[in-house]
Design a protein around this ligand. Structure first.
Ligand SMILES: Nc1ncnc2c1ncn2[C@@H]1O[C@H](COP(=O)(O)OP(=O)(O)OP(=O)(O)O)[C@@H](O)[C@H]1O
Length: 265
């Protein structure tokens, strides 16, 4: 994979999938995210970068209402996916999270078989009418996550028995099994070795054909390799957002420049 992809079309020409306006997050009295507004494109990988504690994961969790599960968190502002306000009272967060899948930093397979890890979401969301349907869904998700060849002869073995990189691909299979439209990834490679990282990065590139992918990463090399758009956060502010090539070669804000040149963070 190239280290830096060619600069693509301007952000304004993206098909917007997610639109955030004036989003603030407080944890108790602490103001963690400050008035963030951004449009995130469809069928693109968007990277969130910035120093530790700048609010990347906080903002990522706003996009599928994972902050609802943190009692001290208070989210204000508006976030729309396909024009629908995801914080509307009529939106069921469980349904929302099927549409907006998430992969975490540490692979976290359920203590179940490989098959059941993938089948769980489609089962609870009623996506399969029969066992045969479910078999098809599981195979498709494992293929999408580039794990089918390694897993097909051990579907009934525990997911926790896979290697770290395989477990992360299993978690990706689990996330894509419910046919999400957006995939959120919070440092998905931080627990992986370079080979597994390369496999997951290739997979992210594949997945963007079908989804809007948002990835939080500490690795600027990774952001440059996998993303077409990059958002730089600093102290809870979204400082700069644009084409990945522009952010890394010609940042407009001195804070972005300092970060990418290694002076802050
Ligand atoms: N559950 C929580 N309760 C209270 N404060 C929190 C919680 N999660 C995050 N914070 C605070 O919110 C701020 C932003 O944290 P966040 O995890 O979003 O940053 P980040 O940019 O993802 O950091 P890192 O790169 O270290 O993961 C930090 O000051 C952090 O301490």
């Amino acid at each position: 994979m190239n280290d830096m992809r060619p600069i693509e079309r301007a952000t304004a020409l993206d098909d917007t999938k997610i639109s955030a306006k004036g989003v603030n997050v407080h944890y108790g009295a602490a103001h963690a995210l400050k008035d963030v507004s951004v449009d995130i494109g469809d069928r693109l990988v968007t990277a969130f970068i910035g120093p530790s504690g700048c609010g990347k994961s906080t903002f990522l969790r706003c996009l599928n209402r994972m902050n609802d599960t943190i009692p001290s968190a208070r989210v204000t502002g508006r976030i729309e996916i396909d024009g629908q306000d995801i914080y509307d009272r009529r939106v069921d967060p469980v349904q929302l999270r099927a549409k907006v899948g998430m992969v975490f930093q540490k692979p976290n397979p359920f203590p179940k078989s490989i098959y059941d890890n993938v089948a769980y979401g489609p089962k609870i969301h009623g996506l399969a009418r029969s066992r045969a349907d479910l078999d098809v869904i599981v195979e498709k998700a494992l293929r999408r996550a580039a794990l089918w060849t390694e897993a097909k002869d051990r579907l009934q073995s525990p997911g926790t028995g896979l290697s770290g990189g395989q477990q992360q691909r299993l978690c990706i299979a689990r996330a894509v099994a419910t046919e999400p439209e957006v995939l959120l990834m919070d440092e998905p490679c931080s627990a992986l070795d370079p080979i597994a990282t390369a496999q997951v990065e290739e997979l992210i590139d594949e997945l963007r054909q079908s989804y809007s992918v948002v990835i939080v990463t500490h690795s600027m090399q990774q952001a440059a390799r996998v993303s077409q758009r990059t958002a730089f956060f600093h102290l809870g502010n979204l400082v700069e957002y644009g084409e990945t090539g522009q952010i890394f070669t010609n940042p407009r804000d001195p804070r972005t420049e300092s970060y990418i040149s290694g002076r802050i963070g």
